[in-house]
Design a protein around this ligand. Structure first.
Ligand SMILES: Cc1ncc(COP(=O)(O)O)c(C=O)c1O
Length: 371
């Protein structure tokens, strides 16, 4: 299998740990181990201290799957497969797609959502937003062909921060069911809605043919656990996914599973903390945009921890990111790393240090672009 390099991940790998100011991280401010353990009940501390570092259950720790199922309506623990989030995408695509299949993938997208399918020999059509930044179901529907095997969506969306309504989400589910298409819904940013009424249902809960992906990396501020999960209600498909996992990680990390249980037992507290950080950063971005309307604009996100800052005035995302890195020591992810041709940079709204990175961007705009 030949697969193209993952542009965004290669870029982070090169700079993330050396560059002091981060403008574009997609996760929320990571929790310290001590902070998480402080939230643990006596019972959970017992699980942590008495943990045997053996292999774990291939499908995922039973207690963890019970906790995960409680974050949904109508999902049973046995319908969940624990895996690293990125691994979940790999498992779904490699188990369920064949060369020649046609997919419709939201665009721009976290690269693996289309790249793995391309590496298998699939044809990919890109579901793009309209000029107002909204994703319309009609334009997705117009891409369906007789060969369409899978539709891949991601709401709240990385990188635009877009969200569709519950009615539109249900319409997509119905369209897929009607056409015998598998809906793969990446829900990594679920839980970060600024108003709970915006929260979309879990796609897998709406129809047994759908598969949902979620995890601890973004909404729960624990990317280092490498814990995520697939929700798959079809027993035959689930078995295929579990069998494929024997060739990736076999099972999850035992300590990470216990830490994920602790976090999920404290999910309201953790989500509240993360939303507070995001809301504060959104206010800051709006003020920043008001001062720089000649250079930038955005569609303020209703959910998730990322959004795009669109560039005006002939600014190129590639050049801006290069300059920010070299002159301001700011790591910014440009739309070019998503193979998206509108000039923009991704804003990572979940981090505490975002304020300083934004200030550095503004200093740059004043000293270089506007001078
Ligand atoms: C939409 C989306 N899906 C999946 C992933 C993969 O998550 P992880 O990096 O925790 O494996 C990411 C990470 O950025 C993402 O943004």
């Amino acid at each position: 299998m030949r697969i193209s390099p993952f542009l965004l991940e290669r870029h982070f790998a090169k700079y993330e740990f050396d560059i002091p100011f981060q403008l574009s991280c997609s996760d929320c401010e990571p929790l310290a181990l001590a902070e998480l353990l402080e939230m643990a009940s006596t019972e959970s501390i017992g699980l942590w201290q008495n943990l045997k570092l053996s292999y774990t259950e291939s499908q995922g720790n039973t207690l963890l799957r019970e906790e995960i199922s409680q974050t949904y309506d109508g999902i049973k623990p046995e319908e969940i497969i624990v895996c690293a989030p990125e691994e979940g995408i790999f498992l779904v695509m490699n188990s369920l797609l064949s060369s020649g299949d046609h997919l419709i993938v939201i665009s721009p997208a976290y690269q693996s959502l289309s790249e793995i399918a391309l590496s298998i020999g699939c044809q990919v059509s890109h579901w793009k937003a309209d000029l107002d930044g909204q994703y319309r179901v009609k334009s997705m529907e117009s891409l369906i062909t007789s060969k369409t095997r899978m539709v891949v969506i991601n709401f709240p969306h990385n990188p635009t921060g877009a969200l569709i309504s519950r009615a539109e989400f249900i319409e997509i589910t119905q369209l897929c069911t009607l056409n015998g298409i598998l809906l793969f819904s990446d829900e990594m940013y679920r839980g970060l809605e600024q108003d709970i009424s915006y929260q979309l249902p879990c796609a897998a809960a709406l129809s047994p043919g759908n598969i949902s992906l979620s995890g601890m990396s973004k909404s729960f501020a624990l990317p280092g656990l490498r814990i995520g999960w697939l929700v798959c209600r079809n027993p035959g498909v689930r078995e295929e996914l579990i069998q494929m996992k024997d060739y990736t990680t076999i099972c999850a990390s035992a300590p990470s599973e216990i830490l994920a249980i602790i976090a999920l037992k404290n999910r309201d507290r953790i989500l509240k903390r993360n939303l507070q950080i995001i809301k504060k950063n959104i206010i800051m971005v709006n003020e920043f945009i008001d001062r720089n309307t000649d250079c930038v604009y955005w569609n303020e996100p209703k959910a998730g921890s990322v959004a795009l800052l669109n560039l005006l005035n002939g600014l190129s995302s590639e050049e801006l990111c290069k300059d920010l890195l070299e002159k301001q020591k700011v790591l910014a992810i440009g739309s070019h790393l998503f193979r998206f041709h509108e000039p923009a940079i991704r804003l990572g709204l979940g981090r505490i240090g975002f304020e300083q990175a934004l200030k550095k961007l503004e200093d740059y705009l004043f000293s270089v672009v506007k001078s």
